[in-house]
Design a binder for this molecule. Sequence first.
Ligand SMILES: *[C@@H]1O[C@H](CO)[C@@H](O)[C@H](O)[C@H]1NC(C)=O
Length: 301
Amino acid sequence: MKFFIMFLTLALIQALVFLNVDAINSNLFREYIGAEFKNVKFSDVPINKNTNFHFILSFAIDYTTSSTPSPANGKFNVFWDSGNLSPIQVLSIKKSHPKVKVALSLGGDTVGNKFAYFKPSSVDGWVSNAVSSLTGIIKMYHLDGIDIDYEHFKADSSTFAECIGRLIMTLKKNNVISFASIAPFDDDQVQHHYMALWKRFGHLIDYVNFQFYAYDRQTNVSQFLRYFETQMSNYEGGKILVSFTSAAGGGLSPENGFFTACKMLKRRKQLHGIFIWSADDSKSKGFKYEKQSQALLAKSH
Ligand SMILES: *[C@@H]1O[C@H](CO)[C@@H](O)[C@H](O)[C@H]1NC(C)=O
């Protein structure tokens, strides 16, 4: 009997190991928050208790906080609306919603109305500064993970891969974070950098927040599904999350069939989660599509 149970257990473990990660739906919902200083709070956003919910604070940037911010070689500062999204508010939303986790995103498009560049002076210096400054911020704010969203580069792809890979590896090893994601989009330079990172450190990256809203405004369902396939091959073995924007922007909008595409992916067991840019933009619209996204994810995933 003992041997039989052991055999069954081993068979079960083996079955789990061989399940392809590409073929599992998930109930993960993520939303960027805090970049636009529109007074949005965690508690404004509807949270479905049957989803796993990640807020992603936008952004921490390794730039100085002077009136003309300049690159600071891995020394990160808080650039999100920390008045409304403070350490106490992080604790409070996590306490009232046990499945909520909060991450911070690195980089972003602009800082002080200029592009925010990834611009390390040296790999060792950048990694060491980033580990210590981010560890401080993550602990102070009670955060759980990081997202990588550099969009402009003054360093080559192998330097980017080395810096970011070593940063994620160290923060995970030190138990400072439990998950990490990347946020690439369809642009040659951006993809070149993120795919170099994926090739070397993809095993440390839990989710790919692919910015599908950076595609053309007129994207339709069949194009969207084709783009999804392309990104599945670019980030092989990755959990590619689908996305739309509630700001003025491109991609496949809810009005043009975003949720139709999600249901098709769900039938194929490829719906690893949905994320939205951003809570700041959704606030004036009543978070209608946040509710719809989470209802779809929560329904017997
Ligand atoms: C989607 O857009 C492409 C390119 O514009 C077009 O060729 C295709 O017919 C469209 N598909 C549908 C279902 O509208």
